[in-house]
Design a protein around this ligand. Structure first.
Ligand SMILES: Cc1cc2nc3c(=O)[nH]c(=O)nc-3n(C[C@H](O)[C@H](O)[C@H](O)COP(=O)(O)OP(=O)(O)OC[C@H]3O[C@@H](n4cnc5c(N)ncnc54)[C@H](O)[C@@H]3O)c2cc1C
Length: 299
């Protein structure tokens, strides 16, 4: 490991001062689970690490406008176990439970995970399907960035070097909504996904038609992918197995995976369709029974 300075500011103002002093030679560090590995591999060589761990007020989960506000320093384990969060957005708790091991989840923070921007991570598709946004704070002010617009490329986001992610907000879902996250893990339980799919469905008042659908996938491109054409096939349509199959086909067309040791590109594309259909079935199956849910079809 190459030598570096280590700073422990106590406030956001002090973080901004350190960032100003070191510029792009500095790196923020939160849980350290991603950054330390990248430093050991010499993929990044910061002259200074600015630890966020002494900052106050960024490690709480609170109710906000019927939805949730999750502080940037909240750990994955907190998201997984918070009773407020499990009650309001069980889909999110379920998604974070799938990340790595408890040891990693105890250290890894929500903001650190998002800034890391590995397209194989689990939380981004779910946060996109939920319509979440993050708050980025610099010395010059704040901006809110929808998660959907946050990821630019492999390990690249729209975040500027002087910006700190301080919170993620998750809006309240409309009535008759449910979600599902599925992670296809053919190797070991703590691996990254071969393919992951997150969906949020909202039915209309009759509970027979889709009022809205949001679908996002992970591990199938250089960033998480929102499958808008698959959503459009279902929106306003009756809940029918044919519709789910058509949406799954469109989802396959939206992805562009690479071949690696988790599977060939063609296999991952196929699995993207399968897991979108299964996630839709799972979400529909968790809504009250009055809604007509299509029979489950095995591929
Ligand atoms: C063994 C292992 C297995 C894993 N398996 C999975 C998995 O199955 N699924 C999955 O989704 N993920 C997995 N991960 C990735 C894990 O989710 C990330 O390592 C973690 O989320 C990073 O969070 P952190 O707080 O440790 O970030 P850090 O390592 O502290 O930082 C990561 C990046 O974010 C920046 N950063 C940190 N905080 C902020 C902030 N507040 N504002 C702006 N930038 C910030 C840092 O400068 C750095 O560039 C795995 C990691 C490991 C080590």
């Amino acid at each position: 490991m190459i030598p570096f300075e280590y700073r422990t500011p106590k406030s956001l103002k002090e973080v901004h001062e350190e960032l100003k002093q070191f510029g792009t030679d500095a790196k923020l560090i939160a849980g350290g689970t991603a950054l330390i590995i990248m430093m050991k591999q010499r993929l990044v060589r910061p002259a200074c690490l600015i630890s966020l761990r002494a900052l106050r007020g960024l490690n709480n989960i609170t109710a906000k406008d019927g939805g949730l506000r999750i502080g940037g320093l909240v750990t994955h384990r907190q998201v997984e176990t918070s009773s407020l969060l499990r009650r309001r957005v069980p889909l999110l708790a379920e998604t974070y439970r799938h990340v790595a091991t408890i040891r990693v989840r105890n250290m890894a923070t929500v903001a650190g995970g998002l800034a890391h921007a590995d397209p194989n991570q689990d939380p981004p598709p779910t946060l996109i399907a939920l319509g979440a946004a993050l708050k980025a704070v610099s010395a010059n002010g704040n901006r809110e960035i929808p998660l959907e617009e946050f990821f630019k490329d492999y390990y690249e986001t729209v975040l500027r070097p002087d910006e700190i992610i301080t919170e993620v907000s998750v809006p309240r879902l409309p009535p008759n909504s449910a979600g599902a996250f599925l992670k296809f893990l053919p190797r070991t339980a703590d691996d990254y996904a071969t393919v992951s799919a997150a969906v949020v469905v909202t039915l209309d008042r009759t509970k027979k038609n889709f009022a809205d659908v949001r679908i996002a996938l992970g591990s199938v491109g250089t960033t998480p992918v929102r499958a808008r054409e698959a959503e459009a096939v279902l929106r306003g349509q009756p809940v029918k197995p044919e519709g789910l199959r058509e949406a799954a086909e469109r989802a396959k067309q939206a992805v562009d995976p690479i071949s690696d040791f988790r599977g060939s590109a063609a296999y991952k594309k196929e699995m993207a369709g399968v897991f979108v259909r299964r996630a839709l079935e799972k979400a529909l199956g968790s809504l009250p029974r009055k809604a007509k849910t299509p029979a489950r079809r095995r591929k």
